[in-house]
Design a protein around this ligand. Structure first.
Ligand SMILES: C[S@@+](CC[C@H](N)C(=O)[O-])C[C@H]1O[C@@H](n2cnc3c(N)ncnc32)[C@H](O)[C@@H]1O
Length: 388
């Protein structure tokens, strides 16, 4: 379980003073923190466990904010944990549809804790005893009521509503194959057939063949432009076919649609937009284009062009300066004329490798720009632009 065994966890839970000293020693002494703790008479194993916890709590702030300082973690548990704002938002949606929930793969308990905080009665299950113990410790530390037990997601009884966040492992040759999730996604989905209200957290790269199910909603979630997960909503929990949920600067924004609409295509215009990854994965580029009065340059490429700039949390925007043929030799001269020394290169649909193109361009000069290599119908072009 990545550093802290159950006995050491129990010892740490009863010794907040040691937790405090370990956090302080880590801040003040860095690599020498263990020596500082040992000087106070703490045994080597307990000192190491206390420092591991202090280190994990520090790393957990990005996902959990201030509450990280009170929580317990394993390294694997923290890596797999849902970010708190994402868990809290999902929990609010569960609380609208159900009074109690079974969390089938609770890990260190993030989603279960968020469910409890949203007012749901929570039964949390994990196959791993040590991980379940961490979830219990977290419920106690945050003063939340969560019943945690050890069991197999494919066998335990289900409550009125069900949530599952199977462990995603990469397998040889094929990374994050849903059939290799633990428990396997196909078994889990079979288990949830007919569930009144359910959701399953999935990797953001999940194939659409797994989520295109009759009556299901597939949601992709991004936090500050990073697509962090997909979530499949089942039964009464499914409201639309596709949803993109985007968190920007601490606020949520969402778009919904069918995932089937196609944007109109046309030429490059005054502004270029790159949709958020959650919008692209959810297949909602056409819906975004409509809202921005924009079009694509190629039906399969998710850059949008529009005559006017509109503020949107669902895309980044650049002001277009030039549109050139995608010819490295010519580009080199054109960029040299403009004395562009710092260039961000983006590409979709041309097959060029930005690092290789950069070498060919031999950039020099004080100016800065973005070059977007892409396709307009069958033409390969380079769009020189500036971020707005
Ligand atoms: C991705 S983690 C859950 C993370 C959790 N939602 C959170 O945000 O903290 C997946 C968990 O599933 C557990 N697990 C794997 N196979 C399981 C099974 N068959 N039944 C129950 N739990 C299982 C693992 O032990 C692991 O803790």
């Amino acid at each position: 379980m990545g550093g802290v065994d159950t006995g050491l966890l129990a010892a740490l839970r009863t010794d907040p003073e040691l937790q405090r000293r370990a956090a302080e020693a880590l801040e003040a002494e860095g690599d020498r923190a263990a020596l500082a703790l040992r000087k106070d008479g703490t045994g080597p194993e307990l000192a190491a466990a206390a420092l591991t916890l202090a280190d994990l709590r520090r790393g957990a702030r990005a996902k959990f904010g201030e509450r990280a300082a009170r929580m317990y973690f394993t390294r694997a548990g923290l890596e797999q944990a849902t970010r708190w704002p994402v868990a809290a938002r999902r929990a609010a949606r569960f609380a609208e549809g159900a009074g109690e929930v079974t969390d089938l793969c609770c890990g260190i308990g993030t989603d279960a804790l968020a469910f409890a905080e949203a007012g749901l009665e929570v039964e949390a299950v994990d196959a791993d005893e040590a991980t379940a113990e961490v979830a219990r410790a977290n419920a106690e530390a945050l003063g939340l009521d969560v019943r945690v037990r050890v069991g197999d997601a494919l066998e335990v009884g289900l409550g009125e509503a069900v949530f599952a966040d199977p462990a995603r492992r990469s397998t040889a040759g094929r990374s994050f194959d849903p059939a290799a999730y633990s428990p396997p996604l196909d078994g889990l989905l079979e288990r949830l057939e007919g569930a009144r209200f359910a959701a399953v957290k999935l990797g953001p790269g999940i194939g659409h063949e797994w989520v295109d199910r009759e009556g299901a909603e597939a949601e992709w979630v991004s936090v500050d432009r990073d697509v962090v997960e997909a979530c499949l909503w089942l039964g009464e929990a499914a409201e639309v076919r596709r949803r993109a949920s985007v968190r920007r600067d601490g606020a949520w924004h969402e778009m919904t649609g069918t995932g089937r609409a196609r944007a109109e295509t046309g030429e490059v215009a005054a502004y270029l937009y790159e949709p958020d990854g959650a919008v692209i994965r959810a297949g909602l580029v056409a819906e975004l284009a409509e809202g921005l009065e924009a079009h694509t340059g190629h039906e399969d490429i998710a850059y949008l062009y529009a005559d006017e700039l509109r503020a949107t949390p669902f895309a980044r925007a650049w002001k277009v300066e030039e549109v050139w043929p995608l010819n490295p030799k010519k580009l080199r001269g054109l960029l040299a004329e403009r004395r562009i020394g710092r260039l961000t290169i983006k590409q979709r649909g041309t097959g060029i490798v930005p690092a290789d193109l950069r070498k060919q361009l031999k950039l020099k000069g004080p100016n800065e720009a973005t070059l977007v290599a892409t396709r307009l119908g069958e033409r390969h072009v380079a769009v020189l632009c500036q971020e707005t």
